[in-house]
Design a protein around this ligand. Structure first.
Ligand SMILES: Cc1ncc(COP(=O)(O)O)c(C=O)c1O
Length: 414
């Protein structure tokens, strides 16, 4: 499998039949390319080939059933961050034994469901959660497989809102407490420590934080071995970033190469929970220009029919996404403020973007929106959720989630 390009913005979905899709399902709509997902999964899986490994796709990135099924068919396990994601994984055909369950505030009801199902591992985030798991497992006459999520106090060098490995973040237990907690867990009826877990953040574009975290985890595994605690896997979480702006990021092959050596020395199975790196570049948000207006001597706005309700990342993190005209008109490039239709000044997809002349009705694609796009959509301003379309084998495509209707939107209301 060819290594992924280091610096290409997700251009493959642009080759999809976007005109026909827009004509059929309308806009805004998410469009995904199955081939891009297959190729990313295949590259990472092959690059880890030297060590026993298990990929657990992080559903939080995109949990639309057909996407989750596609990952299962490729051989992936699942990483669920809520009981809702566990249920989606089950409906997508995952065996509970191929699901890991993570999350900083799992309720007792969520833990109970995971224990009764017999998930592969519950990644516990605190001493209190370990005790709650033990109590629930004993009440059900079973033993729960657990890993402790360790906080290694490492800066992921990503956006602060998606950096999770610093001492000041709410995630996991401080690494210096981990050894004692493992000893306690190993002696607690109802608990079976089977792994160790770390996840230092998302959209990480330097390998250093990931390799530093791996080193600390490997040291912990060795300490635990001295204590007679034998684990079966090391879960290094997800977090590898993609290139949203064309700058160079590590490829999946480089990422795998950086992690395998350290873990190979433990002889344990390497578990990874990739989300964005598998699906991010496979999706685009297809939208139409609703209006173009220019202030005298001031900015020129292209107002789209998609906004922060469909794609929250720019408003939430100031995230950059490439924006292109699907059928560029001839004429000089012009700077545009590319904005959504919502009554919020943060509803901006791109400032000062050089684009060919745009007119109302033109199709525009917002790139690299396969991860943390549709899953974060909301119905603010009573805007129905957009449809999602999966394209496979060239031009064949199908609606994998239909557009929400106003009736759907009101279905839960008195
Ligand atoms: C515990 C855990 N695992 C995996 C992921 C997936 O991360 P990413 O999509 O950056 O690979 C996340 C997301 O932040 C997470 O919180």
């Amino acid at each position: 499998m060819a290594p992924s390009a280091h610096s290409s913005v997700g251009a493959a979905p642009l080759a999809l039949p976007l005109d026909a899709i827009a004509a059929d399902v309308g806009t805004p709509a998410y469009v995904y390319d199955a081939a891009t997902i297959r190729s990313a999964y295949g590259e990472l899986d092959a690059a880890l080939g030297r060590v026993p490994h298990a990929l657990h796709y992080a559903l939080k990135a995109n949990s639309t059933l057909a996407i989750v099924r596609l990952l299962r068919e490729l051989g992936s396990g699942a990483d669920a961050n809520s009981v809702g994601e566990i249920e989606v994984a089950l409906r997508a055909g995952f065996d509970p034994a191929s699901v890991v369950f993570t999350g900083v505030g799992k309720t007792s009801a969520e833990l109970e469901r995971a224990i009764v199902l017999g998930v592969k591992t519950i990644n516990a985030e605190s001493p209190g959660e370990l005790q709650r798991i033990a109590t629930l497992a004993r009440a059900h006459g079973t033993t729960a497989r657990v890993a402790l999520r360790v906080n290694p106090d490492i800066d992921a060098l990503s956006h602060p809102h998606i950096s999770t490995g610093l001492r000041t973040n709410k995630f996991g237990v401080p690494i210096e407490s981990a050894r004692a907690l493992y000893r306690e867990a190993a002696a607690t009826p109802g608990l079976q420590p089977t792994g160790v877990h770390v996840h230092v953040g998302s959209q990480i574009t330097s390998l250093d934080p990931l390799t530093s975290a791996a080193r600390r985890i490997v040291e912990l595994v060795q300490d635990l071995r001295e204590d007679g605690i034998a684990l079966d896997h090391v879960d290094l979480g997800g977090g590898l970033g993609i290139s949203y702006d064309g700058s160079r990021v590590p490829s999946l092959t480089e990422y795998a190469a950086a992690l395998v050596d350290g873990v190979a020395s433990t002889g344990l199975t390497l578990v990874l929970e990739p989300g964005r790196a598998l699906v991010g570049a496979a999706g685009l948000l297809l939208t139409r220009v609703v209006d173009v207006k220019e202030y005298p001597g001031g900015p020129r706005f292209a107002i789209l029919d998609a906004g922060m309700t469909e794609l929250l990342r720019p408003a939430l993190y100031g995230a950059f996404h490439g924006i292109v005209a699907v059928a560029p008109r001839s004429g000089a490039l012009q700077p545009y403020e590319v904005v959504g239709p919502l009554c919020e000044s943060s509803d901006i997809f791109g400032r000062d973007r050089l684009l060919p002349p745009l007119q109302p009705g033109d199709l525009v694609a917002v790139l690299d929106t396969g991860a943390y796009g549709a899953v974060m959509a909301s119905t603010y301003n009573r805007r129905p959720l957009p449809p999602e379309v999966l394209v496979d084998e060239g031009a064949r495509w199908r609606v994998i989630r239909r557009r929400q209707t106003i009736d759907d939107l009101l279905a839960l209301e008195a």
